[in-house]
Design a protein. Structure first.
Ligand code: SF4
Length: 157
């Protein structure tokens, strides 16, 4: 039986696509490939930004760097490219990096570059949600696994 495709933030797989150019591993991701077919995305790179890059945060409908450069266009382009991949691969869910101005879902940095969190979604997470794609953060891995297992059982009935 074919595995369900899900989008995953490439940085959660340890790829060095983060703003600081570093790679980081996340516990719990390892077993995920047994449950689904992962489609890695990095919306910020796909929107045309370089790595490493100046960190940015959402400020209302805009995304700006700490120096005040408006990078909203690149973030929106990355979100659209990610949605396109989700549609091409038939993804119904995404596992995205929490707190990011692209990938964060539910809580993101507040635009003051002071490490303060506020309610809200990253640009990509928001677009995916608007298109009916469920978004999970890395701390919701267990919930995602339950969801994938449930759908696997439904498909095998
Ligand atoms: Fe790329 Fe999203 Fe990870 Fe940022 S959080 S490095 S945009 S995959």
């Amino acid at each position: 039986m074919e595995k369900e495709p899900i989008l995953i933030s490439a940085c959660l797989l340890g790829l060095s696509c983060r703003y600081d150019g570093c790679g980081k591993t996340y516990a719990g991701i390892d077993g995920l490939q047994e449950l689904c077919a992962m489609v890695p995305v990095c919306p910020e790179q796909m929107g045309g930004l370089s790595t490493p890059r100046t960190p940015a945060e959402r400020r209302g409908n805009l995304v700006v760097t700490a120096a005040g450069t408006d990078v909203t266009e690149q973030y929106e382009r990355g979100a659209e490219q990610t949605l396109k991949l989700a549609e091409q691969f038939g993804c119904r869910a995404a596992l995205l990096k929490e707190k990011s101005p692209s990938c964060g879902c539910g809580r993101i940095y507040d635009g003051t570059f002071s490490g303060t969190l506020t309610g809200g979604d990253g640009v990509t997470a928001r677009l995916l949600l608007e298109h009916g794609i469920e978004v999970f953060g890395e701390n919701q891995l267990d919930r995602l696994k339950e969801r994938l297992n449930g759908r696997k059982e439904e498909r095998s009935e």
